[in-house]
Design a protein around this ligand. Sequence first.
Ligand code: FES
Length: 158
Amino acid sequence: MKLESMNKQVTEEIQKVVEKYAGRREKLLQILEEINDVYGYLNEYVMKEVAKSLCIATSEVYGVATFYSFLNTTPKGKYIIRLCQTISCDLAGKKQIANALRNELGIEFGQTTSDGKFSLEFTNCIGMCNQGPAMLINDEVYYNLDPEKAVEIVKKYQ
Ligand code: FES
């Protein structure tokens, strides 16, 4: 498919989502979430088109897209592992889990494996503070982790 017709298709998809929310600027986060779910990430073209559709600055869209860890501005792996880095999980052993995940996947946080299967990221509190360390793999929550348990869980996705 040519870039021009791909962009046209993306623009139409964006307009559909924006119309669903009646073009309301305050629904920017929900709009971006839906588009992120469709394409897996929000590229520059998408952010510009959303801004145009809502009559707001691209920088505002970019600000929201980069603030929330569940929105992606670069392509991600099929499975996004988000390890909680907030204080309770940090004290409960986040560092050891992070090292185990790095070793298992051979990538650093912020990177994606070369086969496109896993992305490794930190996130802020995911609401499991008294059962940390905790992580998400896509929408699935895992808690009371130790390094071995974390690696076993990741292996199930391989
Ligand atoms: S501090 Fe990690 S889940 Fe809340």
